[in-house]
Design a protein around this ligand. Structure first.
Ligand code: VG1
Ligand code: CO
Length: 547
């Protein structure tokens, strides 16, 4: 059916704001609703990425507002650009890690993922489009830049005349030379997890009376969690909260952190707390792990995972190396040193891990922003992390708290916190960054509050695989006492600017391992605020959020 006869060329005007950020193009729903906005960006992708005629594309999203309509548009434009088949999940739902996996297994030419991840959804929320390459990983910077350049010249796009596709029915629908296949993504993903983890042991642990609570926050992971935790592992159905994906996430801000999911932090503190409490974000790539009385910071989580990886079937031979994003705590480095494997430091954003994963240089990686993953796919993976912890608890038969306390005794504790300052007027954030950049060379040797600065630089990354260089990836300030402050601007927001300030302080002595985090980091927070003159530039005397 996708013959020239039913392909139309529609005239449009280019937009100048289609530069993808940390993870794809994210905008307010109302921005995507402008005439031909989505089509212009898709046309830029199709023109930039040479997709072989007849190839497959994986297309799906986290179920947020605009998900289904956008899939229909993508199908019609894909058909017009010679794509042979699109593969999607039931109702157009695919979690980000499941989509990445599907791209690899089906040898698709790439994928279009419809998500704004942890950003709120609904008609007044955010929407997003992310292109992943045939490796299953996010498009590298060079490609997203090329797509952006192309978007500025789009004055027409090609679209085929197809009937509306039925997304709720599993199986293949043919429309002439074009086809759409709807797959049972939760079942497929569960199969991948069964190859990595010991399902029998986890089921036994649950049968023995241990309890898990997973909150899908009405986002994409609900059907996956029900399939794995309830159907395959035998947890009761009320172990999965808010399992139905909704276009506005039922009003939840689908960001698994102790501020936006405060009800889970409270559950962890309650006398009847389950043994493992967890949540994921809108598109299923983030994870938050809590146990009775505590939340595990993401930097600690990936470090504990590495320390115990060889106890789990999928990782029994260990991993060749690990990586963390630059602002993430150095807890992972400490374990890597003890194992004698390399630990790479990459810029923020999962795409920077992909070359290392593809080259088998690393097997585990993580970010402070509640993202953890392994070589099983090319995106971070929320439910995978939950299963990793579940398998670990079952294998060790110890509580989350005991495992973490033992870990700190062995490696020391890296106290960690992130402060976010939301600045309505983005130019004030730019001014702060410029002033900080200018002051860098003079900082080493100076004192700020109670700290003496030893090192100060702006992170520039050279990818060890393809030698590509990424500049201006955040400021690193190292103090004489080993503590550290990192500053960078967020690249996922859809209005104003968000300054992220990352605080880290190491405590070797076990007597100092049970301090309240905010208090223990207060001196470092003072140094951070004074050094960057945060109040002067932003008008904010306190962070908008402390994570
Ligand atoms: C944030 C996080 C980053 C993460 C990115 C995408 O980016 O800091 O670690 O990779 O979100 O995550 P930024 O530029 O706002 O700091 V997801 O789950 O929103 O795709
Ligand atoms: Co996400």
């Amino acid at each position: 059916m996708s013959t020239d006869a039913n392909i139309q060329t529609i005239a449009c005007k280019p937009y100048d704001d289609q530069r993808p950020g940390t993870a794809g193009l994210r905008k307010k729903v109302t921005v995507f609703q402008q005439p031909h906005y989505l089509e212009t960006f898709l046309e830029a992708i199709f023109r930039t990425v040479a997709i072989e005629p007849g190839a497959s594309l994986v297309v799906g999203g986290d179920g947020r507002y605009l998900n289904s309509e956008s899939i229909q548009v993508i199908a019609r434009m894909a058909a017009a650009h010679g794509v042979g088949q699109i593969i999607t999940g039931r109702d157009g739902l695919l979690s980000t890690p499941a989509a990445s996996n599907l791209i690899r297994e089906r040898r698709a030419a790439g994928g279009l993922l419809l998500t704004a991840s942890h950003n709120p959804g609904g008609p007044n929320g955010d929407f997003g489009v992310k292109f992943n390459t045939a490796t299953g990983g996010q498009a590298p910077e060079s490609l997203t830049e090329a797509i952006f350049t192309a978007s500025q010249d789009i004055t027409s796009y090609r679209i085929a005349d197809l009937p509306n596709l039925e997304l709720s029915r599993l199986g293949t629908q043919e429309c002439g030379s074009f086809a759409i296949e709807v797959v049972d993504s939760p079942a497929h993903y569960a199969g991948v997890m069964e190859r990595l983890f010991d399902f029998e042991r986890m089921a036994d642990w649950l049968r023995a009376g241990h309890r898990i609570c997973f909150d899908a926050l009405h986002a994409v992971t609900g059907p996956y969690a029900l399939e794995i935790l309830c159907r395959r592992l035998g947890a009761p159905t009320d172990a999965v909260l808010h399992a139905e994906p909704l276009p506005d996430f039922g009003g939840f801000h689908p960001d698994p952190n102790p501020v936006d999911a405060v009800h889970l932090a409270e559950l962890a503190q309650s006398p009847n707390a389950p043994d493992l409490i967890a949540a994921s974000d809108g598109d299923g790539d983030r994870n938050m792990i809590l146990g009775p009385g505590l939340m595990i910071s993401p930097g600690d989580s990936v470090a504990v995972m590495l320390a115990h990886a060889n106890k789990l079937p999928g990782y029994k031979d260990g991993v060749p190396g690990v990586a963390r994003s630059m602002p993430t705590s150095r807890a992972l480095d400490a374990v890597a040193v003890s194992l004698g494997i390399p630990c790479y430091e990459t810029p923020t954003g999962w795409r920077f891990f992909c070359n290392l994963l593809e080259a088998d240089m690393i097997g585990l990686c993580g970010e402070e922003s509640f993202g953890t993953g392994s070589s099983h796919t090319r995106e971070k993976d929320g439910l995978w992390a939950v299963l990793f912890w579940l398998n670990l608890l079952a294998a060790e038969n110890r509580s989350v708290g005991e495992i973490v306390a033992t870990h700190w005794r062995e490696f020391g504790r890296h106290y960690y916190q992130r402060q976010d300052f939301f600045i309505e007027d983005a130019s004030r954030a730019t001014a702060l960054v410029e002033a900080l950049r200018e002051s860098l060379p003079g900082l080493p040797g100076q004192r700020v509050a109670d700290g003496s600065i030893e090192t100060a630089d702006e992170f520039c990354y050279t990818d060890p695989v393809d030698n590509s260089e990424s500049r201006q990836q955040g400021f690193r300030i190292g103090f004489g006492d080993g503590s550290r402050v990192v500053y960078r601007l967020s690249g996922t927001g859809t209005s104003g600017a968000t300054l992220r300030v990352y605080l880290e302080r190491f405590a070797a002595d076990p007597a100092t391992h049970q301090e309240p985090v905010t208090e223990f980091l207060a001196p470092i927070a003072t140094r951070a605020a004074q050094l960057a003159h945060i109040e002067k530039f932003t008008g904010l005397s306190a962070p908008t959020a402390i994570i």
